[in-house]
Write a protein that binds this ligand. Structure first.
Ligand SMILES: [Zn+2]
Ligand SMILES: [Zn+2]
Length: 349
């Protein structure tokens, strides 16, 4: 086994602190990555504090992992020592169900294995990216085509990027489509950048008047402050697709009213408490659809990384040392980050 320094929560109420874990020696088809940067996702905090009631302790969060390959098993063909590589939210799945065969491992019928907190159906715990090194099957390791200098800002693409890219792609964001992004946080700021690069007309909806200028800077064509009823009314029936990134319980009727006929509202935020059910009339009129989307499969995550490299898209980040993580969580809860914390893992050595 490989002794590895990490940061873990030992219970829902204890802060994260140094903790040694063990990684397996690379098997024939494994890639070992020295972790250079790890993004801080809201799911990390939800998991560390057991807010989804499924946390196994000790919990080592982190699923926005970028680094350098330091060892490969003898059957590994597409990575060699020294390559840049990334790991996102999944590290395994059944491999044979209909979803896995389509490269949609994130919807595996038999339960995929999260990079941290173990298989989605229960089972042995897994430890994430708040650590020095990780060993992952080659088929779940991603290639990075961005410049090495951008590496820290690439990390959040592995969760925030794919979570917004996948629904934008699935529901056809592009030229001639008007796309709404709701919420300007870690997910929302990636949604704005990606939807813009796909060629859509982008409208950002935010509850914060202070984020209007940033929304425009990040690529939104227009920004609507959602508490302004007159401004919201101007967009009624105008949007083809809305990606709602807000991770707090809220009314969906006001958003459904913005959709054109056959438009779709996609939920990607995971609130601690569910949203109140929308009025059926919000859906029946104009044949609107309410949908959800969960991260993305391995092929689509690679496609997203390549798309972002081609369009020079990275996340807006603030880099932090590992021992700042508990303060970073408190600041995240106050939305006091533009727009993602990324941990410099060299601070753990
Ligand atoms: Zn995440
Ligand atoms: Zn499967």
């Amino acid at each position: 086994m490989i002794k590895t320094k990490a940061y873990a929560a030992q219970s829902a109420t204890t802060p994260l602190a140094p903790f040694d874990i063990e990684r397996r020696r690379p098997r024939a088809d494994d890639v070992q990555i020295e972790i250079l940067w790890c993004g801080v996702c809201h799911s990390d905090l939800h998991t560390a504090r057991n807010e989804w009631k499924n946390t196994m302790y000790p919990s080592v969060p982190g699923h926005e992992i970028v680094g350098r390959v330091v060892a490969v098993g003898p059957q590994v063909g597409s990575f060699k020592v020294g390559d840049l590589a990334a790991v996102g939210c999944l590290i395994d799945s059944c491999g044979h169900c209909a979803s896995c065969r389509e490269g949609l491992e994130n919807y595996c019928d038999n339960g995929w294995v999260g990079t941290y907190n173990g298989p989605s159906t229960g089972g042995e715990n897994t430890y994430g990216g708040y650590s020095q090194t990780i060993v992952v099957k080659e088929s779940f390791v991603l290639r990075i085509r961005h410049d090495a200098a951008q590496l820290a800002a690439v990390a959040p693409l592995l969760c925030a990027g794919i979570t917004t890219y996948s629904p934008l792609r699935h529901w056809g964001a592009g030229p001639g489509k008007t796309v709404g992004i709701v919420g300007l946080g870690g997910l929302g700021h990636m949604g704005v950048k990606i939807a813009r690069a796909m060629g859509a007309e982008v409208v950002l909806f935010t509850s914060s008047p202070g984020k209007v200028d940033d929304g425009l800077r990040l690529g939104a064509h227009r920004v609507c402050v959602s508490s302004d009823g007159n401004r919201m009314a101007q967009f009624a029936g105008k949007l083809d697709l809305i990606v709602d990134t807000v991770a707090a319980s809220h009314s969906l009727d006001a958003l459904l009213a913005l959709l054109a006929r056959d438009g779709t509202l996609v939920l990607v935020g995971a609130p601690e408490n569910p949203h109140p059910s929308p009025s059926p009339f919000s859906l029946i009129f104009r044949r609107r659809q309410l949908a959800g989307s969960l991260i993305g499969g391995v092929p689509e995550t690679q496609e997203m990384l390549d798309f972002c490299a081609e369009h020079r898209i990275v996340s807006d980040i603030e880099t932090i040392p590992m021992d700042y993580i508990n303060t970073a969580y408190e600041r995240m809860l106050r939305s006091d980050v533009k727009y993602r914390f990324v941990i410099d893992m060299s601070s753990l050595r």
